[in-house]
Design a protein around this ligand. Structure first.
Ligand code: COS
Length: 386
């Protein structure tokens, strides 16, 4: 059963942004909410939904119109993600990963690379994958060991990338690889199209949620990447990866706000209907207090997210603000979705209602694009060093 999603009273910068948010909500009600339960139950990636959103221009919203993007501020793009996440997390999480995967070419690509890559990346018909983690290193990203050796006009890449969203369905892969010595300085960013010889994909991971969003290892066995597809110089890779993640973490925070909203709306709808002790349970103050706390924390997370987004839109430093937003919003989503299950009681623990799925989905948001412990490291280091 799809939850009924109540509209949010937003302050948006333009009438175009208001129209965009209305379009996103309408598309999400029609195309996402209706498909989500079956696709998650069967583990089917909704490629047709990405194609549809691509046609509507929703896969490249925060990038400049001059290079084929939607020309929207981050503040607007993130609220679109939130609208989608209130109906089905797999889709906005996928958009966020795609936007992350376009970042290296947008921010670091040469003019020639931008002309060659951006029309396909931003055109709405392709999706990307971002390959940083490896089986032995996730949080300690600078310890990656996938090796790329230059051989004339190509790099030969050998190693294994792990936990890759869209592995097997992506059209292009950002590969963070080692071309130099140990540590962050030895890392380089390469871009490989999906048909690259020597690049293959392992069987998908069997996860506790997000079954429609494929996650798998990317296996690189002497994969030949054209040297012309190195983004930035050798050794720039770690900085590129961290900058991409700063922005990506805002996308995850927006997904968390939307997911929590979906859970709250489902809980409120149920509490208004369900009778106990001769009245709807929403009439009990104990339950109202719980709903009020859920609602307040969702609004607080959105405010933190929009603060970080507006800093980015203004060209101000936003790494720490993004870490705060990701940390708070995803911990909030875990707590709100858990409370939503509690509001529904036994019914909430069944697959007859969506809240058990929301609770399973919330968990991954505390882990991806930097665990919430890593977000605390980023914030804590800034406090420690000033
Ligand atoms: N933007 C730009 N540059 C950055 C940066 C950022 N946000 N964060 C770090 N850097 C730069 C540093 O300035 C430093 O550059 P110099 O060597 O020129 O001084 C370099 O990168 C190394 O930074 P640092 O010493 O802080 O690296 P650490 O190995 O200590 O790692 C953390 C820092 C833990 C924050 C990083 O490894 C991290 O974010 N880990 C989580 C990775 C992650 O999110 N994985 C999820 C999988 S991808 S979906």
């Amino acid at each position: 059963m799809a939850a009924v999603i109540a509209p949010v009273d937003r302050i948006l910068p333009t009438s175009e942004a208001r129209d965009l948010l209305a379009l996103a909500a309408e598309l999400a009600d029609r195309e996402l909410a209706t498909r989500a339960p079956a696709a998650e139950a069967s583990g089917t990636f909704p490629r047709e939904v990405f194609d549809l959103l691509g046609q509507a221009g929703l896969l490249a919203l925060p990038y400049p119109e001059a290079v084929g993007g939607g020309g929207q501020p981050y503040e607007v793009y993130l609220q679109v993600l939130e609208e989608l996440a209130a109906r089905w997390l797999t889709v906005p999480l996928g958009i966020s990963v795609h936007v992350l995967s376009c970042f290296p070419v947008i921010a670091w690509g040469s003019e020639e690379q931008q002309e060659r890559w951006l029309p396909q990346m931003l055109g709405g018909t392709t999706i990307g994958a971002y390959c940083l983690s490896e089986p032995h290193c996730g949080s300690d990203a600078a310890a990656l060991t996938t090796r790329a050796e230059r051989d004339g006009g190509v790099y030969r890449v050998t190693g294994t990338k792990a936990w890759i969203t869209h592995a097997g369905v992506a059209d292009f892969y950002n590969l963070l690889v080692r071309t130099g010595g140990r540590g962050a300085q030895g890392i380089t960013c390469l871009l490989a199209p999906s048909g690259t010889p020597g690049l293959s994909v392992a069987a998908p991971e069997q996860k506790m949620g997000m079954s429609a969003s494929p996650t798998a290892q990317v296996l690189l066995d002497g994969a030949e990447v054209d040297a012309a597809d190195r983004i930035g110089a050798e050794g720039d890779g770690f900085r590129i990866a961290m900058q991409a993640l700063d922005a990506g973490r805002l996308g995850i925070a927006a997904c968390a706000v939307g997911l929590a909203r979906g859970a709250l709306d489902a809980a409120v709808a149920y509490a208004r209907e369900r009778q106990a002790f001769g009245q709807p349970i929403v009439g009990f103050q104990g339950l109202q207090f719980m709903l009020a706390d859920m609602d307040t924390r969702i609004h607080a997370a959105r405010a933190l997210l929009l603060d970080a987004a507006r800093r980015k839109d203004a060209g101000l430093p936003f790494s720490i603000a993004a870490a705060r937003a990701k940390l708070f919003a995803t911990d909030m989503a875990m707590s709100v979705t858990t409370d939503a299950v509690q509001v529904l009681g036994g019914a909430g623990y069944t697959t007859d209602f969506p809240v058990e799925r929301y609770m399973r989905e919330a968990k991954v948001l505390q882990i991806v694009e930097g665990t919430n412990q890593i977000q605390r490291v980023v914030i804590g280091r800034a406090l420690a060093t000033g």
